[in-house]
Ligand binder design. Structure first.
Ligand SMILES: *[C@@H]1O[C@H](CO)[C@@H](O)[C@H](O)[C@H]1NC(C)=O
Ligand SMILES: *[C@@H]1O[C@H](CO)[C@@H](O)[C@H](O)[C@H]1NC(C)=O
Ligand SMILES: *[C@@H]1O[C@H](CO)[C@@H](O)[C@H](O)[C@H]1NC(C)=O
Ligand SMILES: *[C@@H]1O[C@H](CO)[C@@H](O)[C@H](O)[C@H]1NC(C)=O
Ligand SMILES: *[C@@H]1O[C@H](CO)[C@@H](O)[C@H](O)[C@H]1NC(C)=O
Ligand SMILES: *[C@@H]1O[C@H](CO)[C@@H](O)[C@H](O)[C@H]1NC(C)=O
Ligand SMILES: *[C@@H]1O[C@H](CO)[C@@H](O)[C@H](O)[C@H]1NC(C)=O
Ligand SMILES: *[C@@H]1O[C@H](CO)[C@@H](O)[C@H](O)[C@H]1NC(C)=O
Ligand SMILES: *[C@@H]1O[C@H](CO)[C@@H](O)[C@H](O)[C@H]1NC(C)=O
Length: 413
């Protein structure tokens, strides 16, 4: 039994790594991009003072492309995503990769989608200072402890990495920002929920500060075997890394019996006072494959055909997916119904991360809801040009999707 649950959790972490590497990245490589913008890495030397190191002890890093013209005093920060590690074994493995060490990262990052400097692709943010915060701690920038048993040392210092990066860029102009947006995708989208209000506090009180989560609205949902797989997984991440002390205090005191649940966006959302935009697919492929139907909940692989191709799902499976969509809509009520300053874009695609690539951000054939692209929806909300709350009709109504599914069969064992 112990062995089983261990390998179940491991499968989960490995599945995410595979998912990200095979699906999202190969999809990006093969998509057609105009001239690419490569941005140099900056190592954060002041991180030494607080021991804010990556898992392996290397210095954390970010990439900054300077704003210009009217955007000179505006700042967009984006947390990189890439799953989590939840035990010593998976974190040790991660420490030897670009997900846990700047030593293995590309020194130049491509800035695309919301990070693009091309006004056609990114009309609202192209001339802002744009910063990509590299992810190397394995817990969405929330950890704060060191594991050291004499032979093995691992740094779980994501919270300190966040603070060290902010301290490094404040004097570069962030401290005088007029407008700012904290964004991120996947594990990086989750990080925005945990740092949004703290980000606001560093900026001038008269600055306009908002936050955007892309594919970071991970639900505390039951899987198809009725187990809380994701809840167990996040609990193990948060416990290993000592993250609870860094979660929203109002949330953890309200949920004092289960403070680790505040790692889930749906519980912390109502305690965040900064204006928020939630961008997510109702059938987010990561959540479908790992929260709703993790391999442990479908040991015989009954869902494999449906995971590969939504058109091959049985009516019962579609019903289950529609139930998941409804849970997501219910969880986003604090924004959809009760927030005047919030925005939302929940489409019915099989996608994961839609703000980082031109294909899904603003292209001629990008996903739309009522003919509005994601770039337009986020811009309308940020600049208060228009109400920006849209939830698409359920699958299969949306014909504008760029589903990830065609390459997903690589994932299935
Ligand atoms: C539920 O999932 C957890 C984590 O994956 C696992 O440890 C546990 O054994 C599962 N429970 C059941 C009843 O399958
Ligand atoms: C900006 O993007 C548009 C649309 O993709 C493209 O046609 C144009 O060449 C790009 N400009 C530059 C300088 O890359
Ligand atoms: C990139 O950054 C490194 C380290 O700061 C520096 O040595 C290198 O010259 C930079 N490259 C360019 C093209 O600016
Ligand atoms: C330290 O922890 C690592 C990882 O769990 C383990 O492999 C190693 O045997 C431990 N060393 C000691 C001295 O306990
Ligand atoms: C905020 O106040 C400072 C100091 O009064 C001023 O220089 C700056 O222009 C103001 N920023 C905005 C966005 O109004
Ligand atoms: C941001 O959060 C950290 C950790 O809780 C805290 O030490 C810091 O003072 C906060 N920053 C501001 C400006 O409040
Ligand atoms: C958090 O709690 C403090 C102290 O009780 C309260 O002043 C503040 O308004 C709360 N914030 C939110 C967003 O609920
Ligand atoms: C959708 O928007 C595009 C460009 O924004 C426009 O050319 C097209 O006419 C619109 N289509 C509909 C059906 O409104
Ligand atoms: C605001 O949205 C409505 C419909 O959603 C549209 O008809 C109108 O043109 C938009 N206004 C602006 C200024 O974009």
């Amino acid at each position: 039994m112990i062995h089983n649950s261990f390998s179940v959790t491991m499968n989960f972490a490995v599945a995410f790594a595979l998912f990200y590497l095979i699906t999202v990245e190969s999809w990006r490589v093969h998509s057609q991009e105009p001239k690419k913008l490569y941005v140099n890495m900056t190592l954060v030397n002041n991180a030494r003072e607080t021991g804010a190191f990556c898992l392996d002890g290397s210095l954390p890093a970010y990439h900054l492309d300077r704003g210009f013209g009217a955007g000179e005093d505006n700042w967009l920060l984006q947390f990189e995503g890439g799953g989590w590690c939840n035990d010593l074994k998976s974190c040790l493995e991660r420490a030897k990769t670009r997900r846990g060490s700047t030593n293995y990262m590309t020194k130049y990052e491509t800035f695309n989608g919301i990070l693009s400097n091309n006004a056609t692709v990114n009309p609202d943010f192209y001339n802002w200072n744009r910063v990509k915060l590299r992810y190397c701690d394995g817990a969405s920038f929330t950890g704060n402890r060191v594991f050291n048993n004499g032979t093995t040392k691992l740094y779980f210092k994501g919270q300190n990495i966040w603070e060290a990066i902010i301290a490094d860029i404040l004097p570069k102009g962030l401290g005088k920002a007029r407008k700012a947006l904290l964004s991120g995708c996947s594990a990086g989208g989750l990080a925005t929920f945990h740092h949004c209000d703290n980000f606001t506090k560093y900026l001038p009180t008269n600055a306009s500060v908002k936050c955007l989560s892309d594919a970071g609205f991970f639900l505390d949902g039951r899987d198809v075997s009725l187990n809380h797989t994701m809840r167990y997984f996040f609990k193990s991440v948060v416990t290993l890394q000592g993250s609870v002390q860094n979660l929203n205090k109002n949330c953890t005191s309200a949920m004092s019996s289960y403070p680790d649940l505040c790692f889930f966006p749906q519980y912390v959302l109502k305690y965040i006072s900064t204006p928020y935009f939630i961008l997510n697919s109702a059938y987010d492929v990561f959540q479908f494959h790992n929260i709703l139907v993790p391999p442990s909940a479908d040991p015989h692989g009954h869902w494999n055909h449906c995971k590969k191709d939504p058109a091959a799902c049985t009516p019962t499976e579609i019903n289950t997916l529609q139930g998941f969509r409804l849970s997501m809509i219910a969880a986003s009520k604090p924004i959809y119904f009760y927030s005047n300053r919030g925005g939302i874009f929940i489409n019915s695609c099989f996608a994961h991360c839609q703000s980082e690539s031109q294909d899904t951000w603003s292209g001629a054939d990008s996903p739309r809801i009522i003919n509005t692209t994601i770039a337009e929806a986020v811009g309308d909300w940020y600049f208060c040009r228009n109400k920006s709350k849209a939830i698409d009709w359920p699958y299969p109504c949306d014909t504008t999707c760029r589903n990830l599914i065609p390459v997903l069969h690589n994932l299935i064992p």
